[in-house]
Design a protein around this ligand. Structure first.
Ligand SMILES: [Zn+2]
Ligand SMILES: [Zn+2]
Length: 286
């Protein structure tokens, strides 16, 4: 399985001289295995480049899963070329209670007001389906389980399995317990935290929202984002192999992210790296 980062930034795209090395596009990941149809996670501005690449391939179907519909995860959807490609089947998964609600949520954005395109005019075959925590789905040939996270308005994390490889995609989310409790404080995890540890247990790789530093989190505890030390504690409790820090703060410059990378470079036994736009991680698999 391979994972490619097309957008690693949180909240708002940040083009410019200070973000060139790590990337300024907002959340979008491409998951591939063998010659299977692609799986796309979130549709931030990174999705524009990904879309051009995908339509140049022979596949004419893909799955796109949204964690939630905050703008930084949706900006790229109306610029994602597969939805304008006749004959292309795009299956769109959205956290919702019904397939109609899933469609309606994106139709509010593609309605002729916020974007000139209307959802009913899309040339591709675009199908919408509701995703719910705990209800495992088949996304093409990938098996995906959603889990609810801690974020204003809600969001879903995903565990993706294929060919004996397990990947967790956990963004956007605050810590599952208040400061001073749970694994971060060296205590037994309360139920809410045990649930996410069990969910991530044994993952080969976990991509995790670490937008803040610990100090920033303590100032913005209700904003729904996490920090590296917390993600590390959780992933170590879950015996994860490799943690990728993700959803970088818009204010974080290349120099800041270089420093963060340096800080975690020698951490063991959990391997900790930072998501960089354009990087592909090869996770092996049968
Ligand atoms: Zn976000
Ligand atoms: Zn969000």
């Amino acid at each position: 399985m391979q994972l490619t980062f097309w957008g690693v930034r949180g909240s708002i795209p940040t083009p410019g001289a200070d973000t060139r090395a790590w990337g300024g596009n907002s959340s979008c990941l491409e998951v591939r295995h063998a010659d299977w149809p692609p799986l796309v996670l979130d549709c931030g501005t990174g999705a524009r480049g990904l879309g051009f690449k995908l339509v140049a391939e022979h596949h004419r179907e893909l799955d796109l899963l949204f964690t939630h519909l905050h703008m930084d995860h949706v900006f790229g959807f109306p610029f994602f070329v597969p939805i304008y490609t006749p004959g292309y089947q795009v299956r769109v998964g959205v956290p919702a209670f019904s397939d109609d609600e899933a469609r309606e949520k994106l139709a509010r954005y593609l309605n002729g007001v916020y974007h000139p395109t209307r959802i009913r005019e899309l040339p591709a075959e675009v199908r919408f389906r509701a995703l719910r925590s705990g209800r495992t789905i088949q996304a093409g040939r990938f098996v995906v389980e959603p889990i609810s996270l801690t974020h204003p308005g809600g969001s879903l994390g995903y565990r993706i399995e294929a060919a004996g490889v397990r990947v967790g995609y956990i963004t956007d989310t605050a810590p599952f317990v208040p400061p001073g409790e749970g694994v971060m404080a060296g205590k037994a995890p309360p139920r809410a935290e045990q649930r996410i540890i069990d969910f991530l247990r044994g993952c080969d790789l976990v991509v995790y929202d670490t937008m803040y530093t610990r100090a920033e989190y303590l100032e913005k505890m209700t904003w729904g984002h996490s920090y590296p030390e917390y993600a590390v504690s959780l992933c170590e409790a879950a015996a994860v192999q490799h943690l990728v820090l993700f959803h970088h703060l818009p204010d974080a410059t290349d120099a800041d992210l270089d420093e963060r990378q340096e800080q975690w470079a020698r951490h063991t036994p959990l391997r900790v790296t930072l998501a960089r736009e354009g990087d592909t991680l090869d996770l092996g698999g049968q």
